[in-house]
Design a protein around this ligand. Structure first.
Ligand code: UGA
Length: 363
C-alpha cells in the first residue's frame, strides 16, 4: 500500500510508523514539521518525510501528488491539547477544521480512502451529567455508541468545545461526502491513548500544559505537586498506544470492513477518576524508582479556572461501546492500566530523570 500520513511525527504517528515500518512493506509519505519522535525512521527507504505544516503553500502540489498515488490518507494532524481550546480557540478551529477541509476535498477528488482521526470529545458531556445522574445508574445515559449517542456540546462561552465542535464538523463533512460522492472513509474516535512519547514534559522539552499523563509525570519528575482539576472527579478510560495502533492496522488490513464507519477506540476495563489516576501514578513511580516515599507524593486540588483559564468545561465520563471494533475488526484491548502505566512511566523516567535537578517538593 501507499499510505499518506499527515501529522506523522506526533505521539500516535510515531507509534504507527514504528509498527508499519517494521512489520509491513507499505510505502509511507508523511507530513510533519517536527521529526524528533521519528528520527530513527528518517533513513528508511519506505518512508519519505515532508517536514512542513499541512497548510504550507509549498505542501500543496506534493500533497496532491501523494494523494493521487496513495491508497489511503490518514489524518493525524491536530491541536488536541485541552489547555489550548479555550486559550487559543481560533488556531484550534483553524487547524482542526479549515486546514483539514482541503485534505477532505483532495480525497473526494481522487476517491481515496480517508482515515480521519477525530475525538471522543465529539460526544461532549454525558446525558447523565445533564440530568444530574451523578451515580450513573443508567448506561443508556452515559455509554458512548458511535451511531446512536447524541453529540452534545456546551454553550459558546465555554470555549472548551471549539475543538470538539471543529472535529464534529469534519466528521459530518466526511460523512456527507461519503453519502453524496462515495468517499471511502473511516473515522477514529480515540479514548485516551497512553504510551511513551505522549506530549512533552513541561520545563524539560516544552512549556504550557500538556494532557494529564504528561502533567502528572512532569510533576513527579520536576518535584512539583500533582494537580487535580476540580477535585479529580472526571473519569477517563485509558488504552495502551500499542493496542490502539493495532486497531489502526486492523483497519488497514480490512478496508472493506472499516470503510463507512466511525469507531470508538478505547478500553472499557481501564476506567479511572483523575484522582485515582494520580494515586496509581505515584504508586507506580515508587515502584519504578524503588523510593517508597513517592507513594505519598503531594497531590493538591485546583479549580478549572485557575488551571485552564476562563471557558473550560470538562467531559465528565467517557465509557465507550467498543463492540463495533470487536465485531468488524476483531479488535479487543486487553492491557491493564497498571501495565500501561508501568511501561509508559518507565519510559519517561529513563528518558528524563536526572536531566534536570528537581526543585524542592512543595508541601
Ligand atoms: C484530550 C483531548 O481533548 C481528546 O481529544 C483526546 O481524545 C484525549 O485527550 C486523549 O488523550 O485521548 P482529555 O481527556 O480531557 O481530552 O484531556 P486531558 O488533558 O488528558 O485531561 C483529562 C482529565 O484530567 C481532565 O478532567 C482534566 O481536567 C484532568 N487534569 C489534567 C488534571 O486533573 N490535572 C492535570 O494536571 C491535567
Amino acid at each position: 500500500m501507499n499510505i499518506v500520513i499527515l501529522g506523522c511525527g506526533g505521539f500516535i504517528g510515531s507509534h504507527l510508523l514504528d509498527r508499519l515500518l517494521t512489520t509491513t512493506d507499505h510505502k509511507i509519505i508523511g507530513w510533519d514539521p517536527e521529526s524528533s519522535k521519528i528520527r530513527k525512521h528518517l533513513d528508511n527507504p519506505n518512508f519519505t518525510l515532508h517536514q512542513r505544516y499541512v497548510d504550507d503553500p509549498e505542501t500543496q502540489q506534493d500533497l496532491r501528488n501523494a494523494v493521487a498515488e496513495g491508497d489511503v490518507v490518514i489524518n493525524l494532524a491536530a491541536i488536541c491539547n485541552p489547555s489550548e481550546y479555550n486559550t487559543n480557540p481560533i488556531s484550534v478551529i483553524k487547524s482542526n477544521l479549515f486546514d483539514v477541509y482541503p485534505i477532505v476535498e483532495l480525497c473526494v477528488e481522487y476517491k481515496r480512502w480517508l482515515i480521519s482521526f477525530s475525538t471522543s470529545e465529539c460526544y461532549g458531556r454525558t446525558l447523565s451529567s445533564y440530568v444530574g445522574d451523578t451515580s450513573y445508574e443508567n448506561p443508556d445515559l452515559y455509554e458512548l455508541k458511535e451511531d446512536e449517542t447524541p453529540l452534545i456540546m456546551g454553550p459558546i462561552v465555554n470555549q472548551r468545545w471549539t475543538y470538539a465542535c471543529a472535529k464534529q464538523m469534519v466528521e459530518r463533512l466526511v460523512y456527507a461526502h461519503h453519502k453524496e460522492d462515495g468517499l471511502p472513509f473511516t473515522v477514529v474516535r480515540p479514548l485516551n491513548f497512553f504510551g511513551p512519547r505522549m506530549d512533552y514534559i513541561p520545563q524539560r522539552d516544552g512549556d504550557g500544559v500538556p494532557r494529564v499523563l504528561a502533567c502528572f509525570m512532569g510533576a513527579l519528575l520536576n518535584g512539583d505537586p500533582m494537580k487535580l482539576v476540580d477535585g479529580g472527579k472526571a473519569r477517563r478510560t485509558i488504552v495502551s498506544i500499542y493496542e490502539a495502533v493495532d486497531a489502526i492496522c486492523r483497519m488497514l488490513d480490512n478496508p472493506e470492513k472499516a470503510n463507512g464507519h466511525a469507531f470508538n477506540i478505547g478500553n472499557r476495563n481501564n476506567e479511572v477518576t483523575m484522582a485515582e489516576l494520580a494515586d496509581m501514578m505515584r504508586k507506580t513511580y515508587a515502584k519504578i524508582t524503588g523510593d517508597a516515599s513517592y507513594e505519598d507524593y503531594p497531590i493538591i486540588e485546583v479549580s478549572a479556572e485557575e488551571f485552564y483559564g476562563e471557558g473550560y468545561e470538562d467531559c465528565d465520563r467517557r465509557m465507550p461501546d467498543v463492540s463495533k471494533a470487536k465485531d468488524l475488526l476483531g479488535w479487543e484491548p486487553k492491557i491493564a492500566l497498571e501495565d500501561v502505566l508501568l511501561d509508559t512511566m518507565t519510559y519517561f523516567h529513563n528518558e528524563y530523570a536526572g536531566t534536570m535537578k528537581p526543585a524542592q517538593v512543595a508541601e
